[in-house]
Design a binder for this molecule. Sequence first.
Ligand code: USQ
Length: 392
Amino acid sequence: MRVLILGGDGYLGWPTALRFSARGHEVSVVDNFARRRWVGGAGSDSLTPIADLEPRIAAWEANPAGDRIRSFVGGVEDGDFLDGVIAETKPEAVVHYGQQPSAPYSMISRQTAVETQQTNVVGNLNLLFSMRDHVPDAHLVKLGTMGEYGQPNIDIEEGYIEIEHNGRKDTLPFPKLPGSLYHCSKVHDSTNIHFACRTWGLRATDLNQGVVYGIETAETAGDERLITRFDYDELFGTVLNRFCLQAVIGHPLTVYGAGHQTRGFLNIRDTLACVELAVANPAERGDFRVFNQFTEQFSVLELAEKVKAAAEHLGYTVEINHLDNPRVEKEEHYYNAIHTKLLDLGLEPTLLGEELVESLLHTIERYKGNAIESSIDPHTRWNPAKSPAGQA
Ligand code: USQ
């Protein structure tokens, strides 16, 4: 299959490109290296050493499992550039990770909020037009987020809910309560993709993904030149990855508030498995499918306790700190999200046992000398008017 991966230099995009290449697909990647710039601009860097895209691809092509990967350097916000790539590569599946993925980054300022929504909403809209005009039969696999739903006081369904209102029934998109301007951008994307499916007959799968953790995947383990990036800073590091890095370098774990905020989580290996399953089982023409892509639910405090236990087992001393929550989010809430569609397609979840946390800690140990500790503590507040006394 011809597979185009947007954001192919990123945390998930790079290992996804290798996975499809290892399976014998014809892979092309697009990236403008914005993630590298955003993280650098935040005074941080990937913990793992990552080469530039071209040498990385050359290392993969020299690998026994490797095959040719074509690369295109440019941004999805540039509609003419993207149109040219789609027309040239004629993908049968497009996996779209080419977005600004950080909730805190979107909340720094008006400028970063506008940048986030421009990159995400305009980029996605450009893609829909290019697919309509050049590859209307191709399958769009879009990385959405569980955060589109927020934390409603009812069970979260997979994309749609049957509603009975004033004696009439319909199946409608599940209500959205996004928790940051980044999450809002993903809601806007979902609306636009759904519209394109209904109106132009495109086929799409929105993967409403939970919080990802982990570093190594089958293709990247064993060859350091192929390792994916690993972020742990306040903006781009996801919570479990951050806690593991913090435990290894002796930084108190940064639990925001009480830590009872509950989210869906999944291992990076399962992200790749889910994307593969979605591509292998495409949506019908005109269909906008939504899969909730996570394997387990945890509260933030439960994760901190798991990391503390595993790290102490390895001889570390770990302190858990409860910081004043820089975000505006519910700390006590009901959370039960349905996630059966990917399991029905054959997903075999990688569960977060102590062994898995220990193996993540061991991988981080190899690179702990690269950690920039000053990038860890949170400074971005969702509502600056609510800053506690003494803080800017
Ligand atoms: N949190 C802490 N301490 C930290 C960092 C985070 O307590 O040091 C808490 C946050 O307050 C939040 C939870 O952990 O309640 C998750 O935060 P996160 O930064 O790991 O994840 P989030 O901002 O929700 O965003 C991440 C990805 C995003 C993806 C989303 C999936 O960056 O791209 O869409 O996870 S979801 O959370 O399901 O919306």
